[in-house]
Design a protein around this ligand. Structure first.
Ligand SMILES: Nc1ccnc(=O)[nH]1
Length: 164
């Protein structure tokens, strides 16, 4: 008998975490990080429970895995999630160097129960994105203002820096 846990089983567990989380005052999302050597870390949505808009299930799973493993680099890991990751979670997975993402429900399913995932995806496609949230570059004209590149120059010259 094999004890190998399959992708389908990790995804099924993510869905069960999501449902259980609803009954525990959380949003209907669950996720797991599974490392290349099979260590698994759960995450559930705690946005309203913790007043933390970044506490999506996927981010919570990434944070838990990184904390427990003592690393900021999840290279080789898979992110399983009960619902397609939003742009924040996709970016978080990219920064964590997650190798691949597997999801069950999609952004349109999330939209059908009032979650804004699809709207936020459109934000990145939309030329008129300023109508949702303006993002602008601002020049600092005051002679006493720090140069925008000052932090990068300092970073570049630091021999003890930890690249990521
Ligand atoms: N995909 C997701 C959307 C919203 N919240 C979550 O935790 N996950």
């Amino acid at each position: 008998m094999s004890t190998t846990v399959t992708a389908e089983q990790f995804l099924a567990r993510s869905i069960r975490l999501a449902t259980a989380n609803v009954l525990n005052s959380g949003g209907p999302f669950g996720a797991m990080i599974v490392t290349a050597d099979g260590r698994a870390f759960d995450g559930v949505n705690r946005v309203t429970a913790d007043n933390d808009p970044t506490a999506h299930a996927e981010v919570t799973a990434i944070r838990t895995a990184c904390r427990e493993l003592g690393t900021f680099d999840l290279s080789g890991a898979t992110l399983y999630t009960s619902c397609e990751p939003c742009p924040m979670c996709l970016a978080s997975a990219l920064w964590a160097r997650v190798e691949r993402v597997v999801f069950a429900a999609d952004r349109h399913d999330a939209a059908s129960v009032g979650f804004d995932d699809a709207v936020f995806y459109e934000y990145f496609d939309n030329k008129d994105r300023d109508s949702l949230m303006p993002v602008s570059k601002l020049a600092l004209d005051d002679p006493g203002a720090p140069a925008p590149l000052e932090p990068f120059n300092t970073w570049n010259t630091l021999e003890t820096r930890i690249d990521y």
